[in-house]
Ligand binder design. Sequence first.
Ligand code: FE2
Length: 387
Amino acid sequence: MHVPDYFDLQLLAPRRILTGVGCRAALPGLLAEDGRRRPLVVSDPRLGDSAALRDVLALLATAAGPVPMTSDVPGEPDVHCAEAIAALLQRGQHDCVIAIGGGSVIDAAKGAAVATTNPGHLVDYEGFDRFMVDPLPLYALPTTAGTGSEVTRVTVLGVLDPPRKISIKGARLVPTAALVDSDFLLTVPVRVGAAAATDALTHALEAYLRPASSPVSRALGLRAATMILRVMGAGAAYATPANLADLSVASMLAGLAFGNSDVGPVHCLAESIGAVYHAPHGAANAVFLGPVLHYYGAVVALPLAEVARTVWPDALAGRSAGEATQVLVAAVEGFVAANDVGTLRSVCGGAMDIDRIAALAVTNNSNASGPIPMTQADYRSIIASMG
Ligand SMILES: [Fe+2]
């Protein structure tokens, strides 16, 4: 496991990060400041008739009419979806993209922003800094608290042949602005929000536990994890306005944590079943997080105990690091069960091919970012332990 002798972090973040209920109202002002006059809104079909969405569209309407918009984004979008949006952007000569949605929408919009200004196909740009031209500016308004994509330099999109996920990364892919307004979360079904919150917790913990993470990422991950775990303590009654506000901020902090570091083996497994079985990303992480933390064992006991003791200082007084870790993992698994997020079998839609998923996970480019080296056999053992 490579740990650098010293850290030299070039902190990547949107130029503007707005948080708090109602901050969406600042969007027209931000666009005017940046001289953007021809936005295309990419929104989430699952948002339905959300009051917050209607509000943003009203803010963006001009004397010429409503702002152009597409909602043609499936869950777990692929490169073709992003390229279709890029065609709309080119045809309409748009000068920026406004993404209002969950991770699927923001990632599709990021891919579209790259495909609009760069030649060829998005698969050509898999990896880090492979595209040459700046993407169109992107203004991101997350409507779930999970993805963190509103502040990161990465988009994850599906490809079909063979089915897998590709990551396109680059400092220039960080959105221009993130407007983190928890009003959007009010319409998210409790179960979907719970899966998203577990995804955010996974971002926080994978960045925090990664040996090569800088102190900045570790601090962001620690803070995000404690905020999310406090909310998870409410179980099935978590979705209060105050808790949703905390989750939206924590998700953003977790995005900054892993966006300036990496995720790890939980995501390697989750992305693998996402590619093969179309398992939703949040639920996929939710089912693997507990088993992977358990598999790490003593290696992560001290750092995880630090998180747990911050969240439950009284209950864990005098308890060992191992016990504190068990309390943390039990809290996550209790939250996932209480909100019916799913099981490995249900998120995969049936039995899964353990060898195929283990083989895919080990080739994920975040495989080396865990606290212990993970082999194909390790992944097989983790999956087998889940029954
Ligand atoms: Fe994730």
